[in-house]
Design a protein around this ligand. Structure first.
Ligand SMILES: [Zn+2]
Length: 279
């Protein structure tokens, strides 16, 4: 009998918070799209996303995308089945179980809905959510609390359908290196291996293997974490098969040291035998 606590939303057995500071190491651009069109005679402005007070933000949805795609690479390297979560490429659709799942929900057959969702979704669908199902982890919007904005003029190529490619100048606004944002994620009912998976993704970002935002090929989007704090409350493990090495419930340390101290969680992920999705 599988323990479905990880994917249950009707009870909270464990809450996990990971928070800290994000330090910007190279120009960072989380954009809002272009204003001013692509008229070659004028310079379009490509501004950074800001909140109502004009403070640069990295939306939680952007974090979710970064974590999901970075995680996909990690899982594929371990030969663990994972969907991209983009467009129609998501597990319930790929396994043709979306309608069965919806029927089970409609008929209030919760056990069957849990069984279908457990058996026919990957770790990314369970953690980050999928069509009509919210994930087990939530990313808060990151706000800059120390920042400078810069601009750089770049050549953009616009391809309007049926017309030749046109080149236009775009003034790209970015957040300067040295700027700082807050960072926070909250997980519900996460097994230790899932926490280890999230930490493995964070370490890849911290170590510079994953860039965030736009213009990555120009060297934008390198960041690292500082002042990190992991806090688990509630149950020590989730599910019968969750690995329960003696994992500390609270770890507070600087960036590099933090990732040393959370190694037992990352080992729990490395040693986890992930049995879903079934084939
Ligand atoms: Zn999936």
């Amino acid at each position: 009998m599988v323990d479905y606590t990880f994917i249950r939303k009707d009870m909270i057995k464990r809450e996990t918070v990971i928070e800290g500071i994000l330090e910007v190491l190279s120009p960072l651009r989380i954009g809002v799209g272009k204003s001013g069109g692509m008229d070659p005679a004028s310079i379009a402005k490509d501004t950074v996303l800001k909140d109502v007070n004009g403070v640069p933000v990295i939306p939680g949805s952007s974090w979710k995308g970064v974590f999901r795609s970075t995680g996909e690479t990690i899982l594929m390297a371990r030969n663990i089945t994972v969907c991209s979560g983009v467009g129609k490429n998501y597990c319930l659709n790929n396994y043709r179980k979306y309608d069965d799942f919806q029927d089970a929900i409609r008929e209030s057959d919760i056990n069957n809905a849990l069984k279908i969702f457990w058996d026919y979704t990957c770790l990314n669908c369970k953690l980050f959510g999928t069509m009509s199902v919210i994930g087990a982890v939530k990313f808060l919007d990151s706000r800059a609390f120390e920042y400078k904005l810069g601009t750089r003029t770049m050549v953009a190529i616009s391809r309007t359908e049926g017309a030749a490619a046109r080149r236009a100048l775009v003034q790209v606004e970015f957040v300067e290196p040295g700027s700082k944002f807050n960072f926070k994620l909250i997980g519900t009912n996460l097994p230790n291996y899932a926490i280890g998976y999230l930490l493995t993704i964070m370490k890849r970002i911290h170590d510079g293997y994953t860039q965030i935002g736009g213009h990555k090929s120009r060297g934008f989007g390198f960041v690292k974490f500082a002042n990190l704090h992991l806090l688990n409350s509630g149950s020590k493990k989730i599910g019968e098969d969750d690995l329960q090495a003696s994992l500390p419930d609270e770890i507070k340390a600087e960036g590099d040291k933090f990732f040393e101290e959370v190694k037992p969680y990352m080992e729990a992920f490395n040693n986890a035998k992930i049995q879903y999705p079934v084939h």
